[in-house]
Structure formats: structure tokens, C-alpha cells
Design a protein. Structure first.
Length: 149
């Protein structure tokens, strides 16, 4: 059984989290994952800034940062189980980006969550070709819920 842990490290209500959860579950289904789990953690700019500085040596907030456990060979799980890792999303940055891109916070949070999910699976966007593959997968998931640009 697939599981997504959703945690809020901010005081304000985030009404879009049920939709984000549904979209992530759809992404897991589309990727045919079984017995897989990961966490989504909603934080503020200060929190994600600290993570970004400590783990990526980038001294500023970011929108989403992931920690993929499968990148670490020291993590051994029982056969047939996968724990992908953690996705951190800054609610502050997501709000600013939603306004900047002229779409709703629901779209921005879903996009960032799916983006982080594909990073946990090992997808990246360091080259144009990698970016094309990753963006196509993200858009296919989002389109299932009518979440478009």
C-alpha cells in the first residue's frame, strides 16, 4: 500500500492539501508504484532557507527541496518496500510564485509537490533533455485534475 505523510510546519491553514494529496496519489499510480511512501512537509521561507543553506550551500529560500533516501545506499529497507524521502515546500514562496505566474495557490502547490515527487524518483532537469522528460511527466499528472497553466 502506498502512503503519503503530509505535515504542516506553518501555523496557517492550507486548504489545498487534500487536492495536493490526490494529485500525488495519482502520480504514484501513474508510475505504477507499490508499497511506496514519502513525506510532504509544508514550511515557511525561514525553514527552507536553512535547509537550502545547510544542504545545498545556497543562502536563500527556495520553493521546493527534496531529500531522496534512495540516493543514500546506507538506507536499507525490507524487500518490496520503498521509502522515497521527503519533499519540503515553502508556502511563502509558493504564494509569491502563484501571484507572479497569475494562477492559484492550488496549482502552484500541486506543481511543486509533483515536481518534488519526480525528483525523489531520480528525475532531474540539469539538461534540456532531462527537463523535457520531467516536465512532460509533471504535466501529464496535473492534467488529470485539470490543473493547467
Amino acid at each position: 500500500m502506498n502512503q503519503i505523510g503530509i505535515f504542516k510546519e506553518v501555523d496557517e491553514e492550507v486548504s489545498h492539501l487534500p487536492l495536493v494529496s490526490k494529485v500525488l496519489k495519482r502520480a504514484m499510480k501513474m508510475e505504477q508504484l507499490k508499497n511506496t511512501s514519502f513525506n510532504l512537509i509544508i514550511v515557511d521561507d525561514d525553514y527552507i532557507h536553512t535547509l537550502n543553506k545547510n544542504y545545498r550551500n545556497i543562502d536563500r529560500p527556495t520553493d521546493v527541496i527534496t531529500f531522496a533516501l534512495e540516493d543514500d545506499t546506507a538506507c536499507v529497507l525490507p524487500k518490496g518496500k520503498r521509502v522515497l524521502g521527503d519533499i519540503y515546500i515553502s508556502l511563502d514562496t509558493a504564494k509569491r510564485q502563484a501571484e507572479e505566474y497569475h494562477h492559484g495557490l492550488d496549482r502552484e502547490l500541486c506543481f511543486l509537490a509533483v515536481h518534488g515527487f519526480y525528483h525523489l524518483l531520480g528525475y532531474d532537469h540539469m539538461t534540456k533533455e532531462e527537463e523535457k522528460v520531467m516536465l512532460k511527466k509533471q504535466e501529464e499528472v496535473l492534467e488529470q485534475y485539470g490543473i493547467t497553466r
